[in-house]
Ligand binder design. Structure first.
Ligand code: ZN
Length: 180
């Protein structure tokens, strides 16, 4: 039973035969010590294309050589993230996403402050008044959002208007849609 010779002998690493995404893009030979190869696999051609378009291959190479080897993957990933954001938003790039998140933090901090102030006031009112009817009249006075640092003696209440205002900020959802 002479078996036919195997058509393809699997070499030790087929990976080394195919150039990395950077060298393929730049149409050059991918040498064993290629600085790009570990971070730009051939399966992800767009990653290098984006980074090259925004930062330039020589700048990326220089940057990688200035960074310690164990930090290069993080550096490449952040460059790829920044490049993708810049391509999607040529004006603000990833700064657009950062500022949206910063505004969201500020808004949520205000909401937290207001809720905490409301909780304190609610607990205070429950402890000092014996009749619940007083609570109800105070809760329905409405308004008051934004003055939580020095809430007036009466009328501090989140009410319905507060949540309406909060949900009205449609900027974030439109932004996140834009980033994708
Ligand atoms: Zn290469």
């Amino acid at each position: 039973m002479a078996s036919a010779a195997a058509g393809s002998s699997s070499s030790s690493s087929a990976y080394s035969n195919s150039p990395c995404a950077a060298c393929k893009f730049l149409r050059r030979k991918c040498l064993p010590d290629c600085i790009f190869a570990p971070y730009f696999p051939p399966e992800e051609p767009q990653k290098f294309a984006n980074v090259h378009k925004i930062f330039g291959a020589s700048n990326v190479s220089k940057l990688l050589n200035e960074v310690l080897p164990h930090q290069r993957e993080d550096a490449v990933n952040s460059l790829a993230y920044e490049a993708e954001a810049r391509l999607k938003d040529p004006v603000y790039g990833c700064v657009g996403a950062i500022s949206v998140l910063q505004r969201q933090v500020i808004r949520l901090q205000k909401e937290l402050d207001a809720t905490n102030a409301h909780l304190i006031r609610f607990a205070y009112t429950n402890n000092t008044t014996t009749t619940s009817s007083t609570d109800d009249s105070m809760m329905n006075n409405g308004g008051g959002y934004g003055s939580h640092h020095h809430p007036p003696p009466q009328g501090y209440s989140s009410g319905g208007a507060y949540y309406g205002n909060y949900n009205g900020g449609g900027n974030y959802s439109s932004w996140s849609g834009g980033m994708n």
